[in-house]
Design a protein around this ligand. Structure first.
Ligand code: COA
Length: 306
């Protein structure tokens, strides 16, 4: 229970406000994976507002159409490419298409990821592999394809990998995604050192709780389990994030004003991930949180040899 009169962190300026000078990204193309929906789109929109041309990569035609509409509404140039980031050939083709349209993008935002809640014991080998393949391997494939192209021509560039704070804490109910995001966080630190000498910055960006209309049903359901208004009260900021706050952080990291920032992961969550004490709320198993009964193995274990 929070005292009634506490203000929490102030609200940000409204959506549509630019955080950097107009035209900061004039002449730049920004390649955003998963940029058609949700927070990826929110990031793409802020780059577009500051003059960037946007390339949106996604597996889904519907998501690409939604992203195109949002960027066109800003009046910026946009290209869309169908791409499954698990497939190195598809990633290469997507960068070819981007280069053909706008020249080599100067910024890559690795936002695409896969996620769904599941008790670890229920994850099939393919479920585990799929999430790690998209979130970790796909992010690496995009980073390496993008960097190779810049290294070949000697141009400076900026990579932003979207992460998650359970990379550092573990993520009960999300063992696959948390492990993959831990890999992503680590990759930021390695690649920033390897590619810094060539002029390529690599940073991470971790969103806290930013409810949005494109959240998957199962993740949304997890948020909706609490009492109305309880999401705000669950945050030290006494409010959730507003999408432009994440977009502003992304544009800053790739801007000329952050040229000495590399190998850093910026967490935009109102200090929520540090909110740990020795006496957290009573433990509820992941199965219970997800409304699942006891674990029933598909194949009964073989009897113990006596
Ligand atoms: N619960 C348990 N297992 C799931 C699952 C869920 N909600 N969703 C997918 N899986 C399992 C599948 O059963 C399959 O394993 P199996 O072959 O042993 O049955 C494996 O994961 C691959 O699933 P599939 O649907 O074939 O893979 P895909 O490549 O088409 O897409 C996801 C996989 C994870 C990306 C899919 O859940 C998805 O599209 N999610 C929405 C996008 C998203 O995750 N956004 C991130 C929000 S933070």
């Amino acid at each position: 229970m929070v005292d009634d009169d506490l203000p929490g962190l102030p609200a940000p300026p409204p959506l549509g406000t630019g955080a950097l000078p107009d035209g900061t990204f004039d002449g730049d193309a920004v390649f955003v994976t998963g940029g058609g929906t949700g927070l990826g789109r929110a990031i793409a929109v802020e780059f577009a507002r500051l003059g960037a041309s946007i390339v949106i990569a996604s597996r889904s035609d519907g998501h690409l159409a939604a992203g195109r509409e949002a960027i066109e509404a800003i009046g910026a140039d946009v290209a869309t490419v169908v791409c499954d980031i698990r497939d190195p050939a598809a990633v290469a083709d997507s960068f070819d298409a981007a280069e053909e349209r706008f020249g080599l993008p100067r910024v890559l935002v690795n936002n695409a990821a896969a996620n769904f809640p599941s008790p670890a014991e229920e994850l099939s080998p393919n479920a585990w592999r799929t999430v790690v393949d998209i979130t970790l391997n796909g992010t690496f494939l995009c980073c390496s394809e993008f960097a190779r192209r810049h290294l070949a021509v000697g141009t400076a560039a900026s990579i932003i990998n979207v992460g998650a704070s359970y990379a550092w804490t573990g993520g009960p109910g999300f063992a696959h995604s948390a492990a993959a995001k831990a890999g992503v966080a680590n990759m930021v630190e390695t690649l920033a050192v390897e590619w810094g000498p060539y002029g390529i910055q690599v940073n991470g960006l971790v969103p806290g709780l930013f409810p949005h209309e494109d959240m998957t049903g199962d993740i949304r359901a997890g948020l909706d389990r609490g009492a109305p208004g309880s999401l705000d009260l669950s945050q030290p900021a006494l409010r959730v994030g507003e999408r432009q706050e994440l977009g502003w952080a992304a544009t800053f990291l790739a801007s000329p004003y952050a040229r000495f920032v590399s190998g850093h992961t910026l967490v935009v969550d109102g200090a929520n991930w540090q909110r740990r004490t020795l006496t957290n709320p009573p433990v509820a198993t992941v199965r219970r949180q997800l409304g699942l009964g006891p674990f029933v193995p598909e194949i009964p274990p073989a009897p113990h040899p006596s």
